[in-house]
Write a protein that binds this ligand. Structure first.
Ligand code: PGA
Length: 249
C-alpha cells in the first residue's frame, strides 16, 4: 500500500519571519494529519532554519534542486552532500519552472536525478506537459520522454528510488486544476508504462499530482487510485490550507 505524501514547494517565497510562522502553524496542526506524510521544500537559504524549526516533528525536508556534480566550480549550485548535512531527504528535480525559465533539459534533469539518488536523496521528479502539448494530444508522449531520460540512463529500477510528481504546466500557479479524471488518466498511463517494464517498480512508486491543488479540491484528487499525494505550491504557504490538504488524504 503506497503511503500518501503531501509536499510543499515554497518556491522563492518567504522571509525569516514568515517561515517561523508557517512552520509553527504546520506543527501545531500536524497531529490531525493521520493518513499522509508531510514535507516542505524551502528556498535553500532557509533550509538550516527550517530544519531547526522542524525539530523532532514528523515533517520531511527537501530542497528545490540539486547539482548534477559532487563538488567544485559550479557557481550557484547546491551539492547533494551539503543538503544531506542539513538532513534533507528530498530534492525537487526537473520542476517545470526550472525547465522552462532556466532551460534545464531532460538530460540535465536526469543527471541531477542520478546524483540525488547516488547521495541518498529522494528525487521529487517533476514531469508534465504544457497547454499547447495537451491541446495537440501529445501529453503521454511528453511525460514518457521525460521519464525515459531517467530510465534510459539509470534503468527502470531507479524510478523506485524517486517520487514522481505529475504537474501539468498549465495547472501550475494558475488556479486551473486538472480534473480528477484528467489527472488520474495520466497517472494511470505513467504507472502502466512503468508496469510494462517492471511491475514491482510500478506498484511501489508514489505518483503525486501538482498544479493548483488546494484545500477544496484535494480530497477528490487524492481519492483517485493512482494519485498518491500532492506537490503543493501556493497552498503550502498557508498552514491551514497545507494541513487541510494533508487531512483530506
Ligand atoms: P501550485 O504549484 O500549487 O501553486 O500550482 C505547484 C508546483 O509548482 O509544484
Amino acid at each position: 500500500m503506497r503511503r500518501t505524501l503531501i509536499a510543499g514547494n515554497w518556491k522563492m517565497n518567504g522571509s525569516l519571519a514568515s517561515i517561523n510562522e508557517l512552520m509553527n502553524g504546520i506543527k501545531s496542526g500536524l497531529s490531525d494529519v493521520t493518513n499522509a506524510d508531510m514535507a516542505v521544500c524551502p528556498p535553500a537559504v532557509y533550509i538550516p532554519a527550517v530544519r531547526e524549526l522542524i525539530g523532532d516533528a514528523h515533517i520531511g525536508l527537501g530542497s528545490q534542486n540539486v547539482c548534477d556534480q559532487a563538488s567544485g566550480a559550479f557557481t550557484g549550485e547546491l551539492a547533494a552532500s551539503m543538503l544531506k548535512e542539513f538532513d534533507c531527504q528530498y530534492a525537487i528535480i526537473g520542476h517545470s519552472e526550472r525547465r522552462s525559465l532556466y532551460g534545464e533539459s531532460d538530460e540535465l534533469v536526469a543527471r541531477r536525478f542520478a546524483m540525488a539518488v547516488e547521495s541518498g536523496l529522494i528525487p521529487l521528479f517533476c514531469i508534465g506537459e504544457t497547454l499547447e502539448e495537451r491541446e495537440s494530444g501529445v501529453t503521454e508522449d511528453v511525460v514518457s520522454r521525460q521519464i525515459d531520460a531517467v530510465i534510459n540512463t539509470q534503468g527502470v529500477e531507479a524510478i523506485a528510488k524517486c517520487v514522481i510528481a505529475y504537474e501539468p504546466v498549465w495547472a501550475i500557479g494558475t488556479g486551473k486544476t486538472a480534473s480528477p479524471e484528467q489527472a488520474q488518466a495520466v497517472h494511470a498511463y505513467i504507472r502502466g508504462k512503468l508496469a510494462a517494464l517492471n511491475a514491482e517498480v510500478a506498484e511501489k512508486v508514489q505518483i503525486l499530482y501538482g498544479g493548483s491543488m488546494n484545500a477544496g479540491n484535494a480530497a477528490e484528487l487524492l481519492s483517485q487510485p493512482d494519485i498518491d499525494g500532492g506537490l503543493i505550491g501556493g497552498a503550502s504557504l498557508k498552514p491551514e490550507d497545507f494541513l487541510a490538504i494533508g487531512k483530506s488524504a
